[in-house]
Design a protein around this ligand. Structure first.
Ligand SMILES: Nc1ncnc2c1ncn2[C@@H]1O[C@H](COP(=O)(O)OP(=O)(O)OP(=O)(O)O)[C@@H](O)[C@H]1O
Ligand SMILES: [Mg+2]
Length: 277
């Protein structure tokens, strides 16, 4: 069972602080949901955990099973069991869907293991069928020309075959029709096990009707401001975030892009966010 610990994580992009001290621990068998208004840093968190080079860790740490992964490359993090289903999966012309997943799975094999191609093809076809992906998918270029919903289902297909230990699913529900949402929800729910820790980033209650979270975290302005259970989802679905902003004393009229003045050098920290902590 793997454990991911995010400790006091402060992250910048192009000299602007985005994450302002995030703490989160996710272990195998747990499902966490992260909700929060647009632009609060949810995708940044998922991407920095995966090692996106655009972001810089200013302070804090990310530990996988007690060991810092901050210095590790994206592929090494992936080999160790981290996975990100991207909010906007990219198209990769020239690389077939099948070759992409096969390469990713092969890269995880131990020195004495070999990919049994026949077995892998069957597994790929099974996964494609379970996600209603249609035939011919394997030989199409990765995400190229895929509809929004197909791209999202393709992320789950990869996850099924790669079998990560800790997975971030960033708005996996966006662009899915109601049937596809149920399909994705059922597929992910079936993958739940003590060997998988899940972090679901979403704006809507409906995904969390299918994949029930153990904990719900609300992120505002780059930090987790509240953690609770399912009752939080319902409250947000009904009332939005204004009650929470009021509770925390955040001035909602402030333009986040203007108040995100915590440029480096002015030594901004979470303390500079009005009302937080
Ligand atoms: N290169 C950049 N320079 C400056 N700001 C950036 C840069 N890249 C991202 N940001 C800002 O970082 C903030 C956090 O973005 P992020 O994508 O993490 O938000 P989010 O919570 O996932 O939002 P959404 O719910 O809309 O997906 C946004 O305000 C975004 O504009
Ligand atoms: Mg996002």
């Amino acid at each position: 069972m793997a454990t991911l610990e995010i400790k006091d994580l402060v992250v910048s992009v192009e000299d602007t602080l985005i994450l302002q001290g995030v703490n989160l621990t996710v272990s195998g068998g747990e499902t966490h949901a992260i909700m929060g208004p647009n632009g609060t840093g949810k995708s940044t968190l998922a991407q920095i955990v995966m090692g996106h080079p655009k972001f810089k860790v200013e302070s804090g740490d990310i530990l996988l099973d007690g060991e810092s992964i901050i210095g590790l490359s994206v592929d090494e993090r992936s080999r160790r069991g981290l996975f990100l289903a991207m909010q906007n999966p990219i198209e990769v012309p020239g690389v077939t869907n099948f070759d992409f997943v096969k390469t990713a799975v092969s890269a995880r094999l131990k020195a004495n293991e070999r990919l049994r191609i026949g077995k892998f093809i069957l597994k790929f076809e099974d996964a494609a069928k379970a996600l209603n992906m249609g035939s011919g998918l394997s030989q199409r270029y990765l995400n190229q020309g895929f509809s929004g919903g197909e791209k999202k289902r393709n992320e789950i297909l990869q996850m099924r075959l790669i079998q990560p230990k800790i997975a971030f699913l960033d708005e996996i529900d966006s662009g899915l029709d109601v049937d596809a949402l149920k399909l994705v929800g059922d597929n992910v729910s079936k993958m739940k096990s003590p060997d998988l820790g899940l972090v679901l980033i979403t704006h809507y209650e409906r995904l969390l009707d299918y994949i029930i979270p153990d904990q719900v975290h609300i992120m505002i302005r780059g930090t987790i401001v509240k953690t609770g259970g399912r009752e939080l989802i319902q409250k947000i679905d009904r009332e939005g975030y204004d009650w929470l902003k009021a509770e925390l004393g955040i001035d909602e009229l402030e333009d986040p892009s203007k108040t995100r003045q915590y440029t480096l050098g002015s030594c901004a920290t979470k303390k500079t966010i009005p009302g937080l902590r």
